[in-house]
Design a protein around this ligand. Structure first.
Ligand SMILES: [Zn+2]
Length: 284
């Protein structure tokens, strides 16, 4: 979802959200979440979720180089990394200046980001036939685009960002449908500009450069950050007047890079914002 300039992010009620993810009746099943939501069984000296061993692995480096070519500049132990694995459906694109802006912003704030355009463009019709076009079809669930198309080697080390044409079936062109947001009363009849499940996200293609930059940074920032209602927050998680985050949000972002990993296999439920804004309050 995206807030700010788009003005379509009516906050769903907790009950509706829970019902829409199917956990309203089984909260006891997740009440032990705190104990296993973080898996620290590997060395990750810089806290970015990419194990030191992976960073040192020459075969891993070769694999990324074979997929992304020279866009991949290597990983270093001791340097917080964020790999952005960006995949395009149909004739979508992201402006080069948006890529640069986002990478520069992240690097300025101590996160060594790498924008990695996935080399193969997906055919829009094939994707729509094979998976369907909703947020759910693309990001989660069995046989979703994410589960079928993303290489296992990339799932827990990179944030996948999917750029889709957006629906043309309705007047909501340029958006994508989310059952979840529809049930929760958010978005325009459930149509949203973008959606994030933390370590994976989707955005609808944008023609306006600034709108695109704000939307893409917003969904990337959801890796760690939630929406902020504070009118003083002029960044993309607040009023979106600036393509930026607030200082305290940058700090949070740096400290939460390990969200790039799936830690439970049920990360839909444990998406940080859903957890913080909704579930934790219910469980108290
Ligand atoms: Zn959002």
């Amino acid at each position: 979802m995206v807030t700010g300039g788009d003005g379509d992010d009516r906050r769903p009620t907790r009950r509706l959200l829970l019902r829409s993810v199917g956990v309203a009746g089984s909260l006891s099943a997740v009440s032990g979440v705190g104990s296993f939501v973080r898996d620290r069984s590997f060395d990750d000296s810089d806290g970015d979720g990419i194990p030191d061993e992976t960073k040192q692995s020459t075969s891993f480096h070769r694999r990324l180089r074979s997929i992304f070519g020279n866009q991949f500049g290597g990983l270093e132990v001791g340097r917080p990394e964020l790999l952005l694995d960006v995949r395009y459906v149909g004739d979508t694109s992201i402006y080069p200046v948006t890529k640069r802006t986002i990478v520069d912003l992240l690097r300025t704030h101590g996160i060594h980001a790498q924008w990695l355009d996935y080399p193969t463009r997906y055919d829009a019709e094939t994707i729509s036939e094979q998976y369907g076009g909703t947020v759910k079809n693309l990001l989660w669930g069995r046989n979703s685009f994410y589960s079928e198309e993303v290489e296992n080697a990339l799932k827990n080390v990179a944030l996948q960002l999917l750029v889709v044409p957006g629906s043309t079936a309705t007047s909501d062109e340029g958006r994508i449908y989310s059952h979840w947001m529809d049930a929760a009363g958010g978005g325009v009849d459930g149509y949203v500009n973008g959606f994030s499940l933390g370590n994976r996200a989707v955005v609808a293609d944008r023609e306006d450069r600034l709108e695109e930059a704000a939307l893409v940074l917003h969904e990337i920032a959801h890796l760690v950050l939630c929406h902020d209602n504070d009118p003083e927050n002029t960044g993309v998680m607040g009023t979106a007047e600036e393509v930026d985050l607030m200082d305290h949000e940058w700090e949070q972002f740096r400290n939460g890079l390990d969200n790039v990993r799936d830690t439970t296999g049920y990360d839909l439920i444990f998406r940080p914002c859903l957890w913080e804004e909704n579930l934790s309050a219910v469980l108290e």
